[in-house]
Design a protein around this ligand. Structure first.
Ligand code: SAM
Length: 204
């Protein structure tokens, strides 16, 4: 049997109209609208940034006095904005932090991760890989975030969700779980938002 027919949905059409590279841009717009994560002048790190939907939203929000740094396993199509920097980095590599810092040193006002593994269809495997990426994103956010900074990560809902949320709660003043409207109905993904790095860890 062939693949099921998937009509280009509402968010796909809207992304095209707005010139967004990916519908995921709407997910970040919603998170920014709810939690005010980005401001003019902010320095923001975007992990798993290709093709660049999040980065477009970040670039517009932080403006020329800010900095938007996006990294991914694959190269991003170049941005014309001079305050956007992109690089090819495997966040699971031992020297990933050094590679990010070589692109632009911290500290950052926000670290955002839309990292997602290539799915295998085996639920447990996909969930475990998703948590591994989210934990890596959290490590980078702890290392490179300013005291008081924000964090967002995508996570496939599953077995280790509670343990990961507990780690976030040890690190951020406030932790929220969100399923943005632009998320496909069949998707298992949610986003965790951490506000106020260091409030409970003595970093502030
Ligand atoms: C859902 S996509 C990101 C979409 C992006 N936020 C946007 O708005 O265009 C997930 C990305 O995670 C990247 N990724 C997965 N594993 C990675 C790793 N180990 N290091 C860096 N990027 C990774 C993939 O290459 C993919 O581009």
């Amino acid at each position: 049997m062939g693949k099921p027919y998937r009509p280009k949905d509402h968010f796909f059409q809207r992304a095209k109209q707005r010139g967004f590279r990916a519908r995921s841009a709407f997910k970040l717009e919603e998170l920014v609208g709810r939690f005010g994560l980005l401001r003019p002048g902010s320095r923001v790190l975007d992990l798993g940034a290709a093709p660049g939907g999040f980065l477009q939203v970040i670039a517009r929000a932080v403006g020329p006095s800010g900095l938007a740094v996006g990294v991914d396993l694959v190269a991003l199509r170049p941005f014309t904005e001079g305050w956007v920097r992109t690089g090819v980095v495997d966040v699971l590599a031992d020297d990933a932090q050094a590679q990010v810092e070589a692109l632009a040193p911290g500290p950052y006002d926000a670290v955002l991760s839309d990292l997602a593994p290539k799915t295998t269809g085996v639920r447990g495997t996909d969930e475990a890989r998703s948590v591994r990426l989210a934990e890596r994103a959290l490590e980078l956010a702890r290392a490179l975030g300013k005291p008081g900074s924000s964090f967002v990560t995508k996570l496939f809902m599953g077995g280790d969700f509670e343990a990961f949320r507990a780690q976030l709660r040890e690190t951020y003043r406030e932790v929220k779980v969100v399923r943005p409207e632009a998320t496909r109905s069949a998707s298992v993904e949610i986003y965790l938002v951490g506000l106020g790095l260091g409030a409970l860890t003595g970093r502030q």
